[in-house]
Design a binder for this molecule. Structure first.
Ligand code: C2E
Ligand code: MG
Ligand code: MG
Length: 756
């Protein structure tokens, strides 16, 4: 008879009692009190043990002394085998000492037989406690499962990140495969990984790289061509990721017992498709059953896609013939290579939702230069132009010589709306501002430019190039030094020029104002700080947000004046607050990379705070990760000096800058602010949740304060509290407000809380 068949539903009480009458009295007492249950009476050790399994009691009531068996032994057995089942002693005699001993050994309670009236309340309380205990354990189990799930995701992400990094470094296929296997095993914790290639016609599989696994694996992997019916077979035919979460069903190229001896429990196989058909696959074995679920599979699909892209690229790069792709005179790319590189930039921009500015530059009257000064002078100008273009294109852009006197440059733009075009174009124009040196003479060269931007002016390299050329023709016709393909872009650049003018006036006339947004302690709900956020009070347009003018301030260097003003104003406002009885521990002030880069940055900051009449301790400077990562040594020194003076340092928008952990450890900082981009989707997306969780534990490990930015919902706030994030900032608590309104707003928020 099986255990479940014997078990009756509802409350089950096991009575350990040798006297049938006592047992009956006990049952009657409980039923009289309205308790419904089924009962089972035992009096020997053997029967007791059988009942624990078969009857599966909800509660045990036991006598102390039985012939050939005793209550303490029963208690010890019950505690070992059914620790959650309450155990109550019901006995005629029980001395004080034995009662204490019984409780020590884990008994729930005891009742004397001549006080039977106490039994029902004792039983009820024991059952109540049991229910609560089980609920608590289940919640704990759930939490543990969730944690394991996040740990697993982080591991798969580590593999994805590691292999993405390897693809940037590695230029040949075999090394890439070997490295991918190594990363999967060493960093991803997979038991074994291999890469196999498929023969085009027969679909025979040959293993070409592997890592981890069993010593004998090499032998059977040689024989891997027999893949019929297995996961690799499915991948070869469907071109899709295939998984098995229970390898006892075979399917993984090995027999089920072979999987068993190697402790391979789950397996995923990812297709490699550099073109439109499967040429190979990557297999990963995990030691955990049910390892791969939707989220992991999605990450693995992304990984397979990335590797496939790298393979396609390598195949092309192998065919690269230097002379066919480069201009011999200047060493720049020629039109064909420019086209290829632009295509790659477009793929990246499409994935990252950013833009590209494509500029074609035409040297004016170049033929006249050659006629009067000779070819070697012409060559010198072309070479110097090429060097200057390379300086502007940097690592992320690309420059080319298209024809005798035409160049092209493609630059990444941070957004998709063409906002940044004006700034990019400034750099290109500067190229022709400085004179050229030709045979010890200085010479000015003028150029006209035609501009097209991705994605506004076209989705592909050839369209963008053709449109930039059309724009160049328009510039030549109108006699302007530049023209855009889209007419509204011409208007926009004119608008930017006007804006720059207005900004100069704004700086002179101090048309800026600081708004403040409170930072809240998640534990107490109290306001623990403020962040100063600048606004421009434009005479015509009203309040302009920082994103619309900070880039231009930085470009023109005006940010230095405005940055000083913001620090001074924040320091002065801190003093005003204190005078009003408010006591913000610190006001966060955002600082631009341009400010940080100044030699006298530290003195500048101190002077601005002093000019506002404030104390350094009232200011926390907010810097972004990426601005600290260039020239780390110098920045570390500057930050140390600031901290020595009492100023606090926060890293803003943390998580977006990919800073390496080793740098982070060295930076003298106090606070990490988790970027809104991770906080906003965190409740719906386990990946973002995993990142937020990691940043919080990272902050704790480094003993940093951690602030979540952009908290908009109660759900986010709750989750952050659970994750033990200390502080939060966001619209949920308050929007940024002018100085005069901040006090009022915080009392308003607490009124709302009270009403809610
Ligand atoms: P930040 O320092 O990361 O500031 C947070 C931004 O998120 C602010 O935008 C704030 O209004 C917004 N925000 C706060 N809570 C929420 C929320 O719950 N939901 C949403 N959707 N947004 C929220 P703002 O004021 O437009 O400032 C944008 C950026 O401009 C700042 O980002 C900072 O990098 C820069 N900035 C602001 N003031 C200054 C300044 O004085 N100097 C410099 N150099 N940069 C500044
Ligand atoms: Mg900030
Ligand atoms: Mg931020």
């Amino acid at each position: 008879m099986t255990r479940t068949a014997e078990r009756t539903p509802g409350l089950r009480i096991l009575l350990v009692e040798d006297m049938p009458l006592d047992a009956m009295l006990c049952e009657a007492e409980l039923r009289r009190g309205g308790l419904a249950f089924s009962a089972c009476r035992v009096q020997t050790r053997n029967a007791f043990e059988q009942a624990l399994d078969g009857f599966e009691p909800t509660l045990i009531i036991s006598d102390f002394t039985l012939p050939g068996f005793d209550g303490f032994t029963a208690l010890a057995i019950a505690r070992a085998r059914a620790p959650e089942t309450p155990f109550i002693f019901l006995s005629g005699t029980i001395g004080e000492e034995r009662a204490v001993e019984a409780m020590k050994q884990g008994a729930t309670d005891y009742v004397l037989k001549d006080h039977l009236g106490r039994l029902l309340p004792v039983v009820r309380r024991a059952l109540q406690e049991r229910t609560e205990h089980i609920a608590l354990r289940e919640a704990e189990d759930q939490r543990r499962t969730h944690e394991q799930k996040i740990a697993k995701l982080l591991r798969v992400r580590a593999v994805l990140g590691g292999i993405n990094g390897a693809m940037v470094r590695i230029r040949d296929e075999d090394t890439l495969y070997q490295e991918a296997c190594r990363i999967a095993v060493r960093e991803g914790g997979f038991k074994s990984a291999w890469v196999g290639k498929l023969a085009p016609e027969t679909l025979d599989l040959t293993i070409i790289a592997r890592c981890g696994g069993h010593a004998e694996d090499a032998a059977w992997l040689h024989d891997a061509s027999q893949i019929g019916g297995s996961l690799p077979d499915m991948v070869a035919r469907s071109g899709k990721v295939a998984i098995s979460n229970d390898l006892r069903c075979g399917q993984g190229l090995l027999t089920a017992p072979e999987h068993e001896t190697r402790a391979y429990r789950s397996m995923a196989v990812l297709p490699l498709k550099p073109e439109d058909h499967v040429t190979g696959m990557i297999a990963l074995y995990s030691g955990e059953e049910d390892f791969f679920d939707d989220e992991e599979v999605r990450l693995l699909e992304e990984l397979a896609g990335n590797i496939s892209f790298a393979l396609a690229y390598m195949a092309k790069a192998a065919k690269l013939d230097y002379l066919a792709y480069y201009d011999a005179l200047t060493g720049l790319a020629n039109r064909k290579l420019f086209h290829d590189r632009l295509t790659q930039m477009i793929a990246r921009a499409a994935a990252e939702a950013t833009g590209i500015v494509v500029v074609i530059i035409d040297l004016q009257q170049f033929r006249r230069v050659i006629e009067t000064l000779g070819t070697s002078a012409g060559d010198a100008i072309l070479r110097q132009t090429a060097r200057r273009l390379e300086g502007v294109s940097g690592d992320l852009g690309t420059a080319a010589r298209l024809t005798a006197d035409q160049f092209a440059i493609a630059l990444p733009d941070s957004g998709r709306t063409g906002e940044g075009v004006y700034l990019r174009l400034e750099h290109v124009r500067e190229i022709f501002e400085a004179p050229f040196e030709v045979d010890a003479e200085t010479l000015r060269v003028q150029a006209r430019t035609g501009v097209a931007v991705y994605p506004l002016d076209g989705p592909a390299a050839d369209v963008l190039l053709a449109n930039a050329e059309a724009a160049l023709k328009a510039a030549k016709r109108s006699g302007e030094s530049y023209a855009f393909y889209a007419p509204e872009m011409n208007a926009r650049v004119a608008e930017m020029l006007r804006l720059e003018n207005e900004l100069r006036i704004a700086v002179r006339e101090e048309q800026f104002i600081l708004f403040y947004q409170p930072r809240i302690s998640l534990a107490t709900g109290a306001r623990v700080g403020l962040e100063a956020l600048i606004r421009w009070r434009h005479p015509r347009l009203g309040l302009v947000p920082p994103a619309d003018f900070i880039p231009l301030l930085e470009e023109t260097g005006l940010i230095l004046d405005v940055g000083r003003w913001a620090l001074k104003q924040a320091a002065a406002d801190a003093v005003r607050w204190r005078a009003l009885g408010g006591d913000p521990p610190s006001i966060g002030v955002n600082v631009s990379a341009i400010q940080l880069r100044q030699k006298g940055f530290v003195d500048d900051v101190m002077a601005a705070i002093a000019a506002g009449g404030g104390a350094p301790g009232s200011i926390e400077i907010e810097l972004t990760e990426s601005m600290l990562m260039s020239d780390v040594e110098t920045n570390v020194r500057k930050l140390r000096d600031l901290r020595a003076a009492g100023i606090r340092i926060a890293i803003d928008d943390f998580g977006t800058g990919y800073s390496s952990l080793s740098y982070l450890v060295r930076l003298p900082i106090d606070t990490l602010k988790i970027d809104r981009a991770f906080v906003a989707p965190m409740c719906a997306c386990p990946m973002h949740l995993a990142i937020v969780t990691t940043v919080i534990s990272l902050a704790r490990a480094l003993d940093l304060r951690v602030v979540a930015e952009g908290v908009e919902t109660q759900e986010q706030a709750k989750l952050l509290t659970l994750l033990r994030c200390e502080e939060a900032q966001g619209f949920l608590y308050s929007r940024p407000l002018p100085f005069e309104q901040v006090e009022a707003a915080s009392s308003l928020a607490s009124d709302e809380d009270r009403n809610a």
